[in-house]
Design a protein around this ligand. Structure first.
Ligand code: OAD
Length: 237
């Protein structure tokens, strides 16, 4: 394997599946039970904020009872050990990457364990339930809180920095994402256009499989640690 300096990694729900966090589009996934238009759009929140709060209260509770798996830990080890830069972009709103030790991490779809007050603009850690009647702890406004996550139709966070990282990447790795949701699904093409080698690590071929130069299919807890070992071995030899 050639040596790479700048590594950019994109993760999706598949990396957290073996930690017990359900994915969205697999059989029995979140979108099999919920219509995303009801719980993950600004229009859904406007129509029925209580339902949206209940959905995120449930997910927030679930996220606090799971732990990182071997794939999260392997990416943290890569960041710590790789001699060049490693940037991790996640679409996941769970906190498993940071719990595993990743530091250079971008939450492009926000974080379930954060709240955002639309009244005073404050973003804050949020571990408990949130309701329509909950007052903002900063400005005391009522009815202005929402989960600090990106919904369909909203601009993902940190896009300017992400594009810069993709343009400078020597290696782009996509892990556990179905390739259905843009702009993340288009990152492989940006990275490839700017000269990066591109790799997909996923349980099965994703929607974007043909855009990747290399693909390894299997459970994240197998394929991610194995791929990280290959990268670290190549850097040492
Ligand atoms: P999806 O549910 O669309 O895709 C998960 C991918 O992970 C699928 O391709 C699975 O084959 C794969 N997978 C499942 N188990 C795996 C395992 N153990 N190891 C490796 N891969 C596995 O989830 P995302 O692509 O992350 O956005 O979805 C992207 C966005 O759509 C989410 O961030 C969310 C969602 O709607 C918003 O809510 C805005």
């Amino acid at each position: 394997m050639p040596e790479f300096d700048r590594i950019v990694i994109l993760t999706g729900a598949g990396i957290s599946a073996e930690s017990g966090v359900p994915t969205f589009r697999d059989k029995g996934g979140i979108w099999a039970t919920y219509d995303y238009r009801d719980v993950a759009t600004p229009e859904g929140f406007e129509k029925n904020p209580q339902l949206v709060h209940e959905f995120y209260n449930m997910r927030r509770r679930a996220h606090q009872s799971v732990a990182p798996n071997a794939a999260h830990f392997a990416l943290a080890l890569l960041e710590k050990t790789h001699p060049g830069a490693v940037t991790l972009i996640t679409q996941n709103v769970d906190q498993l990457h940071e719990q595993a030790g990743s530091k250079n991490l971008i939450h492009m779809h926000g974080e379930a364990l954060k709240g955002w007050c639309l009244g005073c603009g404050t973003r804050m850690p949020w571990l408990g339930d949130m309701f329509l009647e909950t007052a903002c702890p900063v400005c005391a406004d009522v009815g202005t809180l929402r989960p600090d996550v990106v919904w369909f139709g909203e601009e993902p966070y940190h896009m300017e920095r992400i594009i810069k990282e993709l343009e400078q990447a020597d290696l782009f790795i996509s892990i556990g994402t179905s390739g259905n949701v843009y702009p993340a699904a288009g990152f492989v093409q940006v990275a490839a256009e700017y000269g990066a080698h591109t790799v997909e690590l996923n349980l099965e071929p994703s929607e974007g499989r043909t855009h990747f130069a290399e693909a390894i299919h299997g459970p994240a807890t197998d394929v991610v640690p194995a791929y990280v070992r290959r990268l670290l071995d190549a850097a040492l030899t």
